[in-house]
Design a binder for this molecule. Structure first.
Ligand code: HEC
Ligand code: HEC
Length: 326
């Protein structure tokens, strides 16, 4: 049954899907009043997310690079593989809690989820498709006609609706059931080693990887040497400002242990290597973050405690949740 008339816009139909802000989280950035979400919109967005027809040769659904088993990054790839055996410039970030993101991509080049999705569809090394061609393909499918009608009140398939439905799915991908979250609400306790790691994290890492999202969404140069082939200057590609050279968005560390390959280009195969970089690999340069001028000194025992704490950010409920599964 369709419940009509509940939406502010007369375009959207369907059953309103509430977004519950988890305890201890700030208000989301995504405006659910202006851009309401519905159960039908979420399900349509999920179908589109897993549909290879959004790519030129049928092989590169969003979900081919963003795999649930790896917290929606690509399991076992440093840089993702796209159309015609191409490699993307960067490692795919794990996806969760996107409703709180003020901007997207590791250089902040996308202002909205709609624009990330569109850029992926058009990019020749990713999905390499065009919107008119996708519309043509989806129109042949009676299930889509029905789902577009249930979501938007008419069968017509338009670019705006495709991108809006994908966004409705993406903003509901919330991960807040890690051991860390359970400790915060008091249902379980950290072990002594996790607690040590947490204390270290708060003193050495949290100024950038700020709780509860584990990022402050700023762009920083962590002193990683530039890859001579990729020549990725990060944020400077967007602003053209030399001061932004080699700056990348602080990534969330949620589900770190499930995701694979680390740093913007996936140069590290295990996340511990990033900590070892902070300890002894930081390269000096004019845009290096002032907090990292001396690296982050710590003992081997402290490194181990930090690793153990970071594993408490894994949320098995999220990667096993059938709501998000293909
Ligand atoms: C070929 C692999 C590939 C495909 C297919 C792909 N992505 Fe991505 N995705 C990536 C990579 C790589 C990045 C990182 C881009 C960057 O940081 O510049 C990314 C970034 C993103 C982000 C931004 C995350 C953040 O932390 O800012 C979102 C959201 C996203 N993708 C959603 C999608 C959706 C929706 C689709 C389908 C329309 C899709 N992706 C298809 C590889 C892929
Ligand atoms: C000055 C800000 C800052 C501090 C302090 C900091 N980080 Fe980071 N961290 C970053 C940025 C920026 C990146 C992204 C680097 C890149 O992609 O090139 C990052 C990346 C990472 C990654 C890789 C994550 C991924 O998914 O690729 C890990 C793990 C990490 N940091 C852990 C830590 C830990 C643990 C500490 C404390 C010991 C710490 N960070 C301190 C800014 C910081």
């Amino acid at each position: 049954m369709l419940l009509e008339g509940c939406r502010k816009t007369d375009v959207q139909k369907g059953r309103p899907l509430a977004f519950n802000v988890p305890a201890g989280f700030p208000q989301p950035v995504y405006n659910f009043q202006q851009n309401p979400t519905t159960e039908e919109g979420f399900l349509l967005g999920k179908k589109l997310f897993y549909d290879g027809r959004l790519s030129k040769d049928g092989n590169f659904a969003c979900g081919s690079c963003h795999q649930q088993v790896a917290a929606f990054t690509t399991f076992d790839h440093d840089r993702s593989h796209g159309y015609n055996h191409a490699h993307t410039l960067r490692n795919a970030p794990a996806l969760s809690n996107l409703a709180w993101y003020p901007a997207f991509r590791q250089d902040g080049s996308a202002a909205s989820l709609e624009s990330v999705a569109l850029a992926h569809i058009l990019a020749s090394d990713e999905m390499a498709e065009s919107i008119p061609s996708i519309v043509q393909k989806l129109k042949q499918d009676a299930t889509y006609k029905k789902m577009f009608r249930e979501t938007y009140g008419s069968e017509s398939i338009t670019p705006d609706k495709i991108l809006n439905a994908l966004t409705q799915f993406l903003v509901h991908m919330v991960s807040t059931d890690s051991k860390y979250d359970q400790v915060k609400i008091g249902t379980v306790a950290f072990t002594a080693q996790e607690q040590n790691g947490y204390a270290l994290f708060q003193s050495k890492c949290a100024s950038c990887h700020t709780e509860p999202l584990f990022t402050d969404f700023s762009y920083r140069n962590t002193g990683l040497p530039i890859d001579a082939q990729l020549k990725d200057y990060g944020r400077m590609r967007v602003t053209g400002n030399k001061a932004d050279s080699l700056k990348f968005r602080v990534p969330s560390l949620r589900n770190l242990d499930y995701s694979s390959y680390y740093a913007h280009d996936g140069r590290f195969s295990v996340f511990r290597m990033m900590i070892q970089h902070y300890r002894s690999g930081v390269i000096q340069s004019p845009s290096l973050d002032p907090l990292l001028i001396n690296g982050i000194p710590m003992t081997m025992a402290e490194e181990n405690d930090l690793v153990v704490f970071l594993r408490t950010l894994s949320d098995p409920t999220y990667i096993n949740n059938s709501r998000f599964a293909e």
